[in-house]
Design a protein around this ligand. Sequence first.
Ligand code: DC
Length: 208
Amino acid sequence: MIVAIDGPAGSGKSTVASTLASRLGFHYLDTGAMYRALTWIARRDGTDLADGPALAALAVAHPLSFGLDGHLEMDGEDVTAPIRDAEIDRLVPTVAGHPEVREVMRQRQRALAVAGDSVIEGRDIGTVVAPDAEVKVFLLADESERARRRTQDRPGVPAETLAADLRSRDERDAVNTRPAEDAVLLDTTVLSVDDVVERIAELVERVR
Ligand code: DC
C-alpha cells in the first residue's frame, strides 16, 4: 500500500510521514531529500543550477542512499544535516524546477515505492509519482504557523529571513505542489503531530 503525503514547506509533512511510517511499519520515503541532496552535490561540484540536463545526469550518477537508521548518504558523505541548510532551502526550488531532473527523480521514486508498503512524502506524489496511491493526503497550515515551525527547524537564522524565504519558496514550488483531486485535505495549523498521524492512520485502516 502507498500512503502519499503532499504539502508545502512547513505543513508538517516530514514529522507526520516519518512518525506514521514507523507506527505502521511501512517504509518511509522523503522525496524532498532527494532534490535537496542533488542541490548539495551540484553546489559541491560547481554544476550550473540553471542547466537541467547536467543536473539530471548528476542525479543519475549520484543516487541518494537512505540508511536504515534514517541517515542519508551521497557519494560516500553523510548529508543528513547539510541538506537542511537554509542555503539549500533557497536553492532547491531551482533544481527541482527542471523537468529533466524531475523525470529522473520520479522514476527512482516509483522504483523505491514498489519495494513494499510505503509512506511517501513530497509535492507531486498523489498527482504524478503515485496517482494510484491507496491513501492521499495534502497537508496545509497557515503561513504564520509554517514560518514558526521553520524557525524551530533552523535555529540561528533570523525569523524574518525564514519567513521571506518561505514565501519565495512557496511561489517557486507552487507549480509542482498541488493536491490530487482525490486527496484528503488536512489543515494542521492547530493540530498536534499525534492528531494528524491518528487521522491519517484512520484513513489507512479504512482501506486495509
Ligand atoms: O519538502 P522539502 O522542503 O524537503 O522539499 C525540498 C524541495 O524539493 C522543495 O523546493 C520542493 C521540492 N520537491 C518537489 O518539487 N517535489 C517533491 N516530490 C518533493 C520536493
